[in-house]
Design a protein. Structure first.
Length: 294
């Protein structure tokens, strides 16, 4: 005979995926106070790593499917200002004024892209994807010293991943199309972020977490790698000569960055392996183009 648990509240807590933070967060834009939803540790079981450095997670019997990306952006449930946790309270004064003036536009824009949203309760995949879209809009107002371009690119990439998850669960609801749009936007922003870094206008070295996922920080080398992946998969194809030029630039950058083949903290094994695969894919497409011209 199975006896009922004498600690049902403890068992319920042990099965929860998230909790509400004890400390309140104060929105620097609209002065509202709220409490963040946080993810308990130990609720995920790491799976494969995609060519976009996106970590999949194997559902656990106790917790089901868990997506850490859903909870990484702080969103004010009142004005829908959104940013990564490290930036949320530090929004520059000029940005605060612009974000305050654009509350209705920001909320309407997110509601048009996604279904009716509520950031006052527990988040699901839709709220997670929408949080990154809101972050993209919010970072448009940030000053250059925050390196907002790469943070917009990272937000677009994560929004694309979550839209792909939504499409797998709810096919035919335009989430595949939205994922494509966000991927193309990410490709543009990653390329622009590298250009701005090379000009000294927005330093990537100043960004503490370049992800792209929440499990591991692949740093500057990860950004260069992703620029090549996104260009290959989502770059425009109308101008063949321009595309070949961009792909060849990515190939050369990958060869220079990873050519020594050493495994170290700065060149972690998984990224080095992915870079080799990308190099071969870039070379294969460029060679195919050369053969077609002949």
């Amino acid at each position: 005979m199975i006896r009922p648990s004498t600690h049902p509240e403890r068992e319920d807590k042990e099965r929860k995926v998230t909790f509400i933070a004890k400390d309140s967060t104060h929105c620097p834009v609209c002065d509202a106070t709220f409490k963040r939803e946080e993810l308990f540790s130990g609720r995920v079981n790491a799976g494969d790593l995609s060519d976009e450095l996106h970590r999949s997670y194997i559902p656990m019997q106790a917790y089901g499917e868990v997506h850490p990306l859903v909870y990484d952006v702080t969103v004010c449930p009142s004005c829908w200002y959104a940013a990564f946790k490290s930036d949320f309270l530090a929004a520059p004064e000029r940005a605060r004024g612009e974000l305050l003036d654009s509350i209705s536009r920001r909320i309407e824009a997110a509601q048009r892209v996604f279904e009716p949203l509520d950031f006052g309760g527990s988040r699901g995949l839709v709220e997670g994807a929408a949080s990154y879209y809101l972050a993209m809009l919010s970072y448009e107002t940030f000053t250059k010293d925050f390196s907002p371009t790469i943070k917009q690119g990272l937000s677009a990439l994560r929004a694309a991943w979550l839209c792909q998850e939504l499409d797998a669960r709810r096919p035919g609801e335009n989430f595949a199309y939205m994922a494509e749009i966000f991927h193309r936007k990410a490709r543009f922003l990653y390329r622009l972020a590298v250009e701005l870094d090379q000009k000294g206008e927005e330093r990537l070295s100043e960004v503490k977490w370049l992800g792209p996922d929440t499990d591991k920080n692949y740093g500057y080398e990860g950004v260069l790698y992703l620029q090549g992946v996104l260009e290959l998969k989502y770059g425009p194809r109308g101008d063949e000569a321009g595309r070949a030029e961009r792909l060849d630039a990515s190939r050369r950058a990958i060869a220079k960055m990873f050519g020594l083949g050493r495994r170290s903290k700065s060149k972690p094994g998984p990224l080095l392996d992915k870079a080799r695969e990308l190099y071969e894919r870039l070379k294969e497409e460029l060679n195919a183009d050369d053969e077609a011209d002949d």
